[in-house]
Ligand binder design. Structure first.
Ligand code: UD1
Length: 427
């Protein structure tokens, strides 16, 4: 298993390109199941999760063509063509490795009238049930059966009628599955208290480009008028707001100055707001974001929330930054019940953090020291990299595969900014 070695203390400066958004890509790819025409996605990040999802698509008989592109380029262009589906089953082994596989349920059901998807089970950051995905599909007229660890969903003869569903809690994945099912329903569907994360807007924009009729895009109340068929499209994946925010934290903790080329400020206003309160200068324009840390970091109180609130996917990285702020910060995680796994590892590097249930009290320390650390999820791993960039001496973050799931060529991007980083194979 590869690991990343960081020698802390280098001030980051320069420009890095922001990649296509992983979480958007993972809901745009299954849209290929909704049409027999080709769907071409541009700016797809080169990530392990995307490769995994593509593998899943081939299991259904979808052809996947990756266009040339130079190896040194970030992102790539991929065409998916689901002329004929040869299977409607997402097997346990693939779903277990990647929870987002559950996002084939809605589009598969809409196109084929049936879908069998392994239940994803829990994961490192929490229990993560899929009950809301299933309830929304039931509200559209699907019959759902749970057996041998699989969800079997079936539409009535003639297709899903469509219907209304009020989400009791905001769920990104359930909103995505419901949207992808409703676009081909026979009637009109309404989703209330839907997620309105920028990745949902990206999904809606692609669906509209394919011929879907959706009202209320960008709001929490969506009305979807089902259409008989969707056609192919060519679509560019939105920039990754979490990747951009992560590099902003990386630059800030080193007292650095970085341009995040291609970042879209409107998608990450809560993160920008938090960074400014911490004392970071953030300038935004139409083509990117400039981040500069010139003075001491200030303690703040932060709470995660559904969009437009602060993304839970930024919590760990901001916590790493706040470990070095002057004063005591209070972070509250409201989305996932077990998202503080980076805390004991940050403590091994000298951080002073006390977790009480969903709240973490972070007392800023003047310095941290490098250590061998390991994390169990993607964003937690990134928080350790961020801490390592400013720690004294050498940090080794093990289990690099977590980072490869969500950060396109992390060590190359950090090296572009002058960080001393190296990927090393495990002995
Ligand atoms: C997506 C993102 C993930 C992000 C999360 C919250 C992808 C691939 N992943 O995950 O990076 O951290 O949104 O912004 O886009 N819940 C239920 N029942 C359900 C579904 C969800 O109780 O059927 C709960 C979850 O346990 C969690 C909360 O709702 O507590 C929000 O989860 P959700 O928005 O669904 O997250 P994901 O779509 O899994």
């Amino acid at each position: 298993m590869d690991k990343i070695r960081i020698i802390g203390g280098k001030r980051l400066s320069g420009t890095i390109p922001v990649s296509g958004a992983k979480n958007a890509a993972l809901t745009l790819i299954p849209c290929a199941l909704l049409t027999d025409e080709p769907l071409t996605l541009r700016n797809l990040p080169r990530l392990a999760d995307i490769d995994g999802f593509q593998h899943l698509m081939t299991q259904f008989g979808v052809s996947v063509n990756i266009a040339g592109g130079r190896p040194e380029d970030f992102g790539r262009v991929v065409t998916y063509e689901a002329t004929r589906l040869t299977s409607t089953v997402a097997p346990y082994d693939l779903v277990r490795k990647m929870r987002a596989s559950v996002l084939v349920l809605g589009p598969m059901l809409a196109r084929a009238g049936e879908a069998t998807v392994s239940m994803p089970g829990g994961c490192a950051i929490g229990n993560r049930p899929i009950d809301l995905h299933l309830k929304a599909l039931e509200a559209f007229g699907a019959e759902i059966e749970l057996a041998q660890g699989y969800v079997k969903a079936r539409a009535p003869d003639g297709g899903l009628p469509g219907g209304d569903y009020d989400f009791p809690v905001v769920s990104v994945g359930a909103t995505e599955n419901a949207l992808m099912a409703a676009v081909l329903a026979n009637g009109t569907s309404r989703l209330n208290n839907a997620a309105r994360e920028p990745e949902i807007v990206d999904l809606c924009n692609l669906l509209v480009a394919m011929g879907a009729q959706i009202e209320g895009i960008g709001t929490s109340d969506l009305t979807i008028h089902g259409v008989k068929r969707l056609h192919g499209a060519t679509y560019r994946v939105m920039p990754d707001r979490i990747e951009a925010g992560s590099y902003a934290c990386a630059a800030a903790i080193t007292g650095g100055q970085v341009r995040l080329d291609g970042a879209k400020a409107d998608d990450m206003l809560s993160t920008i707001h938090a960074l400014r309160n911490i004392g970071i200068e953030v300038e935004t324009d139409a083509t990117g974001i400039d981040v500069a840390a010139n003075g001491p970091l200030k303690a703040v109180n932060l709470s995660t929330a559904p969009f437009p609130g602060l993304a839970t996917d930024m919590q760990a990285q901001l916590m790493a930054l706040l470990c070095r702020a002057e004063g005591t910060s209070v972070l509250t995680e409201t989305i996932f019940e077990n998202r503080y796994m980076h805390v004991p590892e940050l403590a091994r590097m000298g951080a002073d953090i006390d977790v009480q249930s969903r709240t973490a009290i972070v007392k800023g320390v003047p310095s941290m020291t490098g250590a061998q650390v390991m994390a169990t999820d993607l964003r937690a791993s990134m928080s350790l990299v961020i801490a390592g960039l400013a720690a004294e001496g050498e940090t080794q973050v093990k289990r690099l595969y977590h980072l490869d799931r969500g950060y396109e060529r992390l060590e190359e991007k950090l090296a572009l900014l002058g960080a001393e980083v190296e990927r090393i194979g495990d002995e």
